[in-house]
Design a protein around this ligand. Structure first.
Ligand code: BDP
Length: 608
C-alpha cells in the first residue's frame, strides 16, 4: 500500500467443496454457489484441515469460494486479484466469468479484474485449485489410476504433496497509469554506490507519456539520499549503507509516476540492497569478503497449516535460526513466500533461492521414491514439456526475487539425474536462460550422491558445487568410520575442480527423545556423532565454504516405509523443539568462528 495504492486482504474463512469426479460444471458453480460447501481457512494447505482421508487424498479439483465487497472509494481505478500462490494450478472466476488461470504452485500471480467488478458492490469469487502433477509440471508427477478406480498422485520427491491456497489472497487497486515492473542493480566501492534501474510502466502510462521520478530512501533513517528521473537511469550514493550478512541494510527505490500536468498517478516503493556477490577460485565472496554458509535446507511445513504461510510460525523459525547461529538457508525445494524472503532481506539472512524442480530423477527407483523405472530424460518422463515449465519457473522466480539482496545464488534444480547422458542437453539451455535473466548472480544445482564427479554430466555448467550427501545414512548406513573415508575421498575429487563446495544436505533421521550409549541409528546420539563426522570432513578442505544441514525441522512426507510420520532429519522437531543436534550445531556455529571463515550474526556475538 502506498499513497496511490490500496489492498484488501481476502484471507479468512472461505467456502470449499471437493470435486470428487473432477467434473463439476464451472458455469453453474461460479454463478450459483458450491454444492454443499464446508468451511476452510485461507491461507493453509487443504490436506490437514479435514478429518477424512478422502478429502486429504483427493486428486484433482478443489473449489474455493467467497463473496468480496469492493470498497466504494475504489472508483476509476484498476483493480486486480493477487494470489501469493496456489498449489499447483488455479483457475479463477468472478460472477461466472473466467478471469485467468495460472500453472505452477509456488509463485505469485495476479489478474486484472477491473472490467468484472464495481466499486461499492459485492462479487462472487471462485477459485478452482488443481493439485495434479504430470510431466508437464515442475515438480513432475504422474496420476495413476488403481484397479478399483481410485486416483493416486505419484511423484518422485520426498516432501508431502500439500496443496491449496498456501499464501495470502488480496484485492488490490491502483491507477491504470502505474509502475508495472522495476529491475535494480548496484555497484559499489568504499565511498560510493551506483544504483541503476529499469522501470516499466503500464501501457496507458506509456501512451500518455507520463513522467517517472525516483528517489532513493535509506530505510533506517527514512531520509532520501538521492533523486533521479527516467525509466532507465542511475544515481550515485555517497558513503552507502552496504547490505551485510547478519545485519541487513536496505534502501527503498521510490518511484512516482506523474502526469504532464503534475498529477501524481502512482507511487511504488521497491526495496533493494547495495552488495556484491562473486566467486573467485574456491571463495564465495559477499562484498569482497569470503563467506562461509551455516544453516539448513528448510521447508514450509507445519502441523495443521501444511505449507500455509503464518507470520508467527515464520518469526519463530527465524528466531531459532538466529539462536543456532545459522547465517543462511536454502529454499528447498521451491520458492518460499514473499513474507519469508522480505524477512531475509531485512535481517541479512543469506539465501540460496531454489526453483520447484525437485524429483527430476527416475534412476533413484525403490526406497522412498516412486520411480517405475526407465530413463529420466525420455518422452513421458522429463521431456520438452517439463523443460518448458522449468523455463517458466526460472523466469518467474527471477522476476519475483531479482531485487533481493538476500539472494546470492539461483539453484535451478534439486538432485536431478545429472549422471544421465541427456542431462546436459536438458540443462544447458536452462543455465543459459538463468544467466540471461540475471547475469549478476551465480547459478547452481544440488547434486545427488549418485552423480559423483566422474559420473556427473553437468557440473561444469555451474558456478559452485552444491552437494547433498548421506554417507553414513543411506550409504554405509550406520558405519561412520567407513562413511568418513568415503566422504573425504569424494570431496577431494570435487575440490580438484577449483570451485567452492557447499554441502547443501547431510543428515540422519532421528527420533526426538531416543537415546543410546552406543551410536545407534535413529538416536539423538547418533545424529550428533554423524554431524561431528561431517564437520571433520568439512573442516579438512579449504574448498568447502558452507554447510547447510538437512533439515531445519522434521517435516511431513509422502508415505514410505522409511518414513514414520514424515522425515525426521530435523535439528528441531516439527513443533520446533531442539534435538541434541541443535545444541551441537549451536555450539559449532557460534563458539568456534575461527573454524568457520566469514560472517556471523552480530546479535549472536553479543550473546556469546
Ligand atoms: C534428498 C532430497 C530431500 C530428502 C532427503 C532425505 O533432496 O528432499 O528429504 O534426501 O531423504 O535426496 O531425507
Amino acid at each position: 500500500m502506498t499513497a496511490t495504492r490500496d489492498s484488501r486482504s481476502l484471507d479468512g474463512i472461505w467456502h470449499f467443496a471437493v470435486d470428487w469426479n473432477n467434473d463439476l460444471d464451472p458455469a453453474e458453480l461460479t454463478t450459483s454457489g458450491l454444492p454443499h460447501p464446508v468451511e476452510i481457512a485461507v491461507p493453509a494447505s487443504v490436506n490437514d484441515q479435514f478429518a477424512d482421508s478422502e478429502t486429504r487424498d483427493h486428486v484433482g479439483y478443489w473449489w474455493y469460494q467467497r463473496r468480496v465487497r469492493v470498497p466504494k472509494t475504489w472508483k476509476d481505478q484498476e483493480t486486480a486479484l493477487h494470489f501469493g500462490s496456489a498449489t499447483h494450478h488455479a483457475a479463477v472466476w468472478i460472477n461466472g466469468k473466467h478471469v485467468g488461470s495460472f500453472k505452477g504452485g509456488y509463485l505469485p500471480f495476479e489478474f486484472d479484474v477491473t472490467d468484472h467488478v464495481t466499486a461499492g458492490e459485492e462479487f462472487l469469487l471462485t477459485v478452482r485449485v488443481d493439485n495434479r502433477l504430470d510431466n508437464s509440471c515442475i515438480p513432475p508427477g504422474e496420476v495413476k489410476v488403481l484397479p478399483d478406480g481410485r486416483r493416486v498422485q505419484g511423484y518422485l520427491h520426498d516432501l508431502y504433496n500439500y496443496t491449496g491456497l498456501h499464501r495470502s489472497v488480496n484485492l488490490v487497486t491502483r491507477s491504470p497509469r502505474h509502475v508495472d515492473d522495476v529491475t535494480i542493480s548496484t555497484t559499489h566501492d568504499e565511498n560510493s554506490a551506483t544504483v541503476n534501474w529499469r522501470i516499466e510502466l503500464s501501457e496507458p502510462a506509456v501512451a500518455a507519456g507520463d513522467e517517472i521520478r525516483v528517489s532513493i530512501v535509506d530505510q533506517h533513517t527514512g531520509e532520501a539520499v538521492a533523486e533521479g528521473r527516467g525509466a532507465d537511469s542511475s544515481v550515485v550514493i555517497d558513503n552507502p549503507v552496504v547490505w551485510t550478512p547478519g545485519v541487513g541494510g536496505l534502501y527503498d527505490l521510490v518511484i512516482t509516476v506523474v502526469s504532464n500536468d503534475g498529477e501524481v498517478l502512482d507511487e511504488y516503493a521497491q526495496h533493494f540492497g547495495v552488495r556484491t556477490v562473486e566467486i573467485r577460485g574456491t571463495d564465495f565472496l559477499i562484498n569482497g569478503e569470503p563467506f562461509y554458509f551455516t544453516g539448513f535446507g528448510m521447508h514450509e511445513d507445519h502441523n495443521t497449516l501444511g505449507k500455509g504461510h503464518s507470520n508467527p510460525h515464520m518469526v519463530q523459525d527465524f528466531e531459532l535460526l538466529n539462536w543456532i547461529g545459522a547465517n543462511s538457508l536454502r529454499t528447498s525445494h521451491y520458492p518460499y513466500s514473499e513474507e519469508f524472503m522480505d524477512y531475509c532481506d531485512r535481517n541479512g539472512i543469506v539465501v540460496l533461492d531454489e526453483t520447484p524442480a525437485v524429483g527430476l530423477n527416475w534412476s533413484m527407483a525403490g526406497g522412498i521414491l516412486d520411480s517405475d523405472g526407465g530413463e529420466t530424460f525420455e518422452d513421458g518422463h522429463v521431456d520438452a514439456s517439463t523443460q518448458a515449465q522449468h523455463r517458466r519457473e526460472i523466469e518467474g522466480l527471477i522476476s519475483r526475487d531479482k531485487n533481493r539482496p538476500a539472494v546470492v545464488m539461483w539453484v535451478i534444480a534439486n538432485e536431478p539425474d545429472s549422471a544421465a547422458d541427456r542431462a546436459r542437453g536438458y540443462f544447458e539451455p536452462l543455465v543459459d536462460l538463468t544467466r540471461d535473466c540475471d547475469p549478476s548472480r551465480p547459478v547452481g544445482y544440488a547434486n545427488v550422491m549418485f552423480a559423483p564427479p566422474h559420473e556427473d554430466k553437468i557440473n561444469d555448467l555451474f558456478d559452485a558445487i552444491l552437494l547433498n550427501r548421506y554417507f553414513g545414512w543411506y550409504l554405509m548406513s550406520g558405519d561412520l568410520t567407513t562413511a568418513e573415508h568415503a566422504m573425504r575421498a569424494e570431496l577431494d575429487e570435487w575440490a580438484g575442480n577449483g570451485k567452492p563446495v557447499i554441502y547443501t544436505e547431510f543428515g540422519a533421521d532421528t527420533v526426538a527423545g531416543l537415546h543410546s550409549v552406543y551410536d545407534t541409528a535413529f538416536t539423538e546420539d547418533f545424529q550428533v556423532a554423524y554431524l561431528e563426522m561431517c564437520a571433520r570432513v568439512f573442516d579438512s578442505s579449504e574448498a568447502v565454504v558452507g554447510e547447510q544441514m538437512w533439515n531445519f525441522a522434521d517435516f511431513q512426507t509422502k508415505f514410505g516405509y522409511a518414513r514414520v510420520d514424515g522425515n525426521k532429519k530435523g535439528a528441531f522437531t516439527r513443533d520446533r523443539r531442539p534435538k541434541a543436534a541443535a545444541r551441537y550445531l549451536q555450539k559449532r556455529w557460534t563458539t568456534k568462528p575461527e573454524a568457520l571463515r566469514g560472517q556471523r550474526n552480530p546479535r549472536l556475538r553479543d550473546h556469546t
